[in-house]
Ligand binder design. Sequence first.
Ligand code: ATP
Length: 315
Amino acid sequence: MSLDNSSRSNGDVILRTSGLTKYFGTLAAVKNLNLELRKGEVFGFLGPNGAGKSTTVGMLLGLIAPTAGDIEIFGLKLEENRWPILRRIGAIIEEPAFYPYLSGWDNLEALGKAIGGVTDSKIKDVLERVNLLDRSKDRYQTYSMGMKQRLGIAAALVRDPELIILDEPTNGLDPAGTKEIRDLIPELAHENRAVFLCSHLLHEVELVCDRVAIIKKGTMIANAPVRELVTTGQVLQVRVTDADSLAASEVLKGLPWIRSVKSENGYLIVDAPKESGAPVNKALAEKNIFASEIVPHMASLEDIFLELTGGESHV
Ligand SMILES: Nc1ncnc2c1ncn2[C@@H]1O[C@H](COP(=O)(O)OP(=O)(O)OP(=O)(O)O)[C@@H](O)[C@H]1O
């Protein structure tokens, strides 16, 4: 299966790569990557180990020079406008560095002084935004992992970025911290920004992302809205009695529009075009087989990922 909907257009394009390629010696880490990220969107970037995700992020931030191809961010070429572009990006690609003995507030104040033009009311706003205002006078070293990560996001927000790049933002967080960050991410995008999220957590990507690109060995193998990807993997679960199971399977396999039929946990799993519940029911009933249940079953992003990447580990 190969999906590429990168030509679809709705909303302003914030980031576009064309033919982006990076070779390390003879190793093609990223090959001919065409990405598009639009305002208001949370874009998930997935791939197995060594697929080329970090190399891509490094190129987007101007830290790694591409071998070929172009990167345009905010309509400007990155190569020629690195600093004006980077000023408009908030990136968290490693654990954020803060002074342990200073409070969250004082850390942001120190950062604000380095950037210039950051007011107290801005600091208050961003701390409120990440739900840290009530702990903002406590020392950074007393913060939980989740609070540290949220302060990192607050630090990124101080500059009012139009694009936020997050690399594994829930790494090392407990379930409560993970939930806080997951709840925060879509809100960030809906404030007229775009979020580029690298994650190996497929469930996380499914929950928070609007669109997802999957790369394998440097090549993009899927690029589509999450909803569309999981709908593509939709199958029908058909329940018949054990006695009818074999005959039902034969009937369905004989229909030219059914792609495959397999038996799993007491159900027949039927890979058929969308909305074919009624014709499946009719075909069985014509052979005096009566299904007690026919339900569409959505594939998870994990199912799709494993199918597309050939079952390679994603962690
Ligand atoms: N500086 C480098 N020199 C040589 N090869 C490199 C370098 N950086 C990355 N690579 C190789 O490029 C390929 C892509 O690596 P990259 O780190 O981008 O993958 P990734 O998708 O981020 O992987 P992971 O999920 O494991 O972090 C790998 O084969 C890696 O070994």
